[in-house]
Design a binder for this molecule. Structure first.
Ligand SMILES: [Zn+2]
Length: 157
């Protein structure tokens, strides 16, 4: 589990046998860990990573109110149950203090991508409006982020 990011754990939980609804406190840590393993096996690690990156990319755009209609549609197709996704994200973040990510996994934790093309079109900046004299754009929340890298003794972890 330490090899999975919080986002990947959430995607795994979403794909697992975790019920849509259950009372808080009735589920043991062992059960949650078992669902994560089950979901990860069901989806496969490559696909798990892919979905986690898309999910985080969607969230970053959403926080800036910049989700294009087609990106929203793909997101809802991938995660039709919004409440379940929220629950899965909550449960996944609850596992992080108990089963922290390895440094290598942590370095992948901020990976985000937009399926089918980001509104910035790879330019890292999103045009907001333009007239003949002035154009205004803003940094892309997905691709324009300052990247934080962890180094130890000159070696990228
Ligand atoms: Zn972008």
């Amino acid at each position: 589990m330490a090899e999975l990011t919080g986002g990947e754990r959430a995607v795994a939980l979403y794909a697992s046998d975790m019920p849509d609804r259950f009372r808080a406190g009735v589920v043991t840590d062992t059960q949650v860990a078992a669902w994560i393993v089950q979901g990860a096996e069901r989806v496969g690690l490559d696909e798990l990573r892919r979905r986690a990156e898309f999910s985080y990319g969607h969230r970053l755009l959403e926080m800036s109110n910049l989700v294009p209609v087609d990106v929203q549609a793909r997101h809802e197709q991938r995660f039709p149950k919004a409440r379940r996704l929220f629950k899965a994200q909550q449960m996944a973040s609850g596992t992080l203090w108990r089963d922290p990510m390895t440094p290598k996994t942590l370095a992948r934790n901020s990976a985000a991508e937009v399926e089918g093309g980001c509104p910035c079109r790879g330019t890292k900046s999103i045009p907001m409006w333009a007239d003949e004299d002035v154009s205004v754009s803003r940094g892309c929340p997905v691709h324009g982020r300052a990247t934080i890298r962890h180094h130890r003794a000159g070696v990228a972890l």
